[in-house]
Design a protein around this ligand. Sequence first.
Ligand code: SAH
Length: 348
Amino acid sequence: MSLKQRLIEHIREAGPMTVADFMGAALYDTEDGYYATRPAIGGASADFLTAPEASQMFGELIGLWCAHEWSALGKPAFNLIELGPGRGVLMQDMLRATQRIDGFHEAANVVFVEVSTPLRDEQAERVPNADWAPRLEDAPPGPSLIVANEFLDCFPIRQFVRGEGGWREKLVGIADGGALTFGLSNALPAPDDEGSKPGMVREIAPALEGFMYEIERRLHAASSRALFIDYGYVAPEGADTLQALKSHKKVDPLEAPGEADLTAHVDFARLTRLARDANLDVGGPITQGHFLRALGTDYRADTLAKANPSHAQRLGRELRRLTHADEMGALFKAICLSSPNLPPPAGF
Ligand code: SAH
């Protein structure tokens, strides 16, 4: 039975499900979920293109950022942890860029946190000496530099819609003809907060709280930093950000669960609040454009173009893609969470 048919049966028996439960099944079902079966990142046949897939400069700068922050930690033996490494391109570029940094590779224990078996195989091809952990909780203790690009946007979201009579939760149910359809719960006993207008959508990612608990535990247990880069907002606009992508095109999220990548924008204000409440230091959020420029991406593009003039045009396009406000430069944000009492991280 297809995942879609199983979800329809489940809803028939148990009633409509939250968007988070639907998203969780579509992404993480161990038999038919997107990550178990067909994650397709990078290249023309892919579903979506991420920054490390778009340009080697992204990983090179993040690698040098890590080397700098390793110095700030006092150059200890440490875990270089990447969450959701995709095809392993980011780590491959990071490691290449840091090859000549004295002691860095010897000190780093590379750990990938990855749910997807097909992606784990691709990661092993690019970074053969890495270790894998199914969850961050399973990564070894000790000082760590954690990086995650387009990881938090996978966290399933619940959605709430403001109607004339208050807030309702968006649910996935079954239409008359038997197809999956979005619907709304009865009105919720939720306060009608100031500034909310009919039609507005609010989103929460319940799994973010549990995940942040583990980040906080780690960052308080040993001097560490966690760098997250993702698309998202600081002030919610009240928009519906659930998005399904297949072959670089937006598709109906309910059409074929498990066959398209499903994501939502990250709530950076919530992330900041959770980190501050746990007494972590917070750098940013700032835009990806600002962050990469502060790390010297213009200079890097220039150096690469001078070494290889025939690549100058392509490098210019990549630089624009990573940093320009009309491309990834403004929608994507960087945030760095740190153990207390460390110097401010580079770039923020
Ligand atoms: N960072 C990569 C890939 C981003 S796609 C890049 O920038 O190209 C999201 C990645 O997170 C995939 O590798 C996916 O399999 C992984 N992932 C999603 N949810 C996860 C979870 N809960 N635990 C571990 N890995 C997860």
